[in-house]
Write a protein that binds this ligand. Structure first.
Ligand code: ADP
Ligand code: MG
Length: 320
């Protein structure tokens, strides 16, 4: 089908250090969608996915504060809530901006599930921090009361709940959404898919799916979605202009056009931090390995130019 899948990072959704209210979220989204309008104007079918870290953090906190009156919801349900609220925000702001630009499209938000394997080793080794920081005393109580795994963050001096981050095996709704989009993807519909990485589900013995208390990495899910849609380009939008080698060191070098083989070489040398740039690079390499044409890492201001090959890091499939 061609087209571009754009994965929006936490920063494109919420300004760190802001008041965190809805009015600000709308203002911030308005600046993000203006870059997306340019992508549509350039004539590319567009599909979106997005992160949800700060939003799930807020939902967990709401649960915590309200727990005496409203029973807390499990993490898979909070994933669905975050897909709903962020998707709604994107739909409102992006549709309005596209209408204003005389590019009428329907932004369709799809609550998405990602199949993960119950045997994924991540379930024995939870690593993904969620929610707020806890003191020693709180951590001890929570461990006893909830059975959570908590892990100490020495850099920031506190305990955090960690949950499994299994790899996505399959996007449950992919076939149905492909049918929905048909040949009109790009002409009429901008789908928002697998927000927050999608809701992790495992296959139920009796058929159907069971939600699990885990988080799927949104960059990994973006690659699964891009592959399922037959997209040409996977663009991962974050808060840095691209991928660097020697990141933060005096010999730091930002990559422009780079082959998959070269990028894989840098990854093998440990250039990309686990949990931030690591999964982005891994996901782009996977996408290119499974038939994708191009991977892009960039920030919102450079997105349009990056897609035109003039900015950001552009990864091309080439003989390994
Ligand atoms: P997002 O919310 O967009 O997924 P992340 O914080 O997960 O954002 O990933 C982006 C961050 O990755 C950057 O802010 C940067 O600090 C970090 N990073 C780690 N290694 C690198 C690298 N080699 N090149 C560029 N950024 C890197
Ligand atoms: Mg991230």
């Amino acid at each position: 089908m061609g087209g571009v899948v754009v994965a929006l990072g936490g920063n494109a959704l919420q300004r760190p250090g802001g008041p965190g209210d809805w009015a600000e979220a709308r203002r911030h989204m308005r600046s993000t969608v203006s870059a997306l309008v340019e992508v549509v104007r350039d004539g590319k079918p567009l599909a979106l996915t997005h992160g949800n870290g700060p939003q799930v953090g807020q939902l967990l906190r709401q649960n915590e504060i309200a727990e005496r009156e409203v029973p807390p919801r499990p993490l898979d349900v909070l994933g669905a809530e975050s897909e709903g609220q962020i998707g709604y925000l994107i739909a409102q702001e992006l549709e309005a901006a596209l209408h204003h630009a005389r590019l009428p499209r329907s932004v369709v938000v799809l609550i998405s599930r990602m199949e993960v394997s119950a045997r994924d080793s991540a379930f024995r080794n939870p690593t993904k921090p969620v929610g707020r920081f806890y003191t020693d005393v709180e951590a001890r109580l929570l461990r006893k009361r909830t059975g959570w795994t908590l892990s100490y963050d020495s850099a920031r001096g506190g305990w955090r709940r960690v949950v499994p981050s299994p790899v996505p095996v399959r996007w449950v709704e992919s076939e149905a959404v492909r049918q929905l989009l048909g040949s009109s993807w790009g002409e009429r519909i901008v789908p928002v898919i697998a927000g927050g990485g999608g809701i992790p589900v495992v296959r139920h013995r009796g058929g159907g799916w069971e939600g699990v208390e885990a988080v799927v990495d949104k960059d990994r899910s973006a690659a699964v979605v891009a592959e399922a849609l037959g997209a040409e380009t996977l663009a991962i939008v974050t808060d840095v202009p691209g991928v660097a080698v020697g990141f933060g060191k005096s010999w730091e070098r930002w990559l422009g056009e780079v082959s998959a083989a070269e990028l894989a070489g840098h990854a093998a040398k440990g250039e990309f931090a686990a949990g931030s740039m690591g999964p982005k690079v891994e996901s782009i390499l996977r996408f290119l390995d499974h038939g994708g044409r191009r991977g892009v890492v960039t920030d919102i201001p450079s997105l349009r130019r990056a897609l035109r090959g003039e900015a950001g890091t552009r990864v091309t499939r080439a003989s390994r």
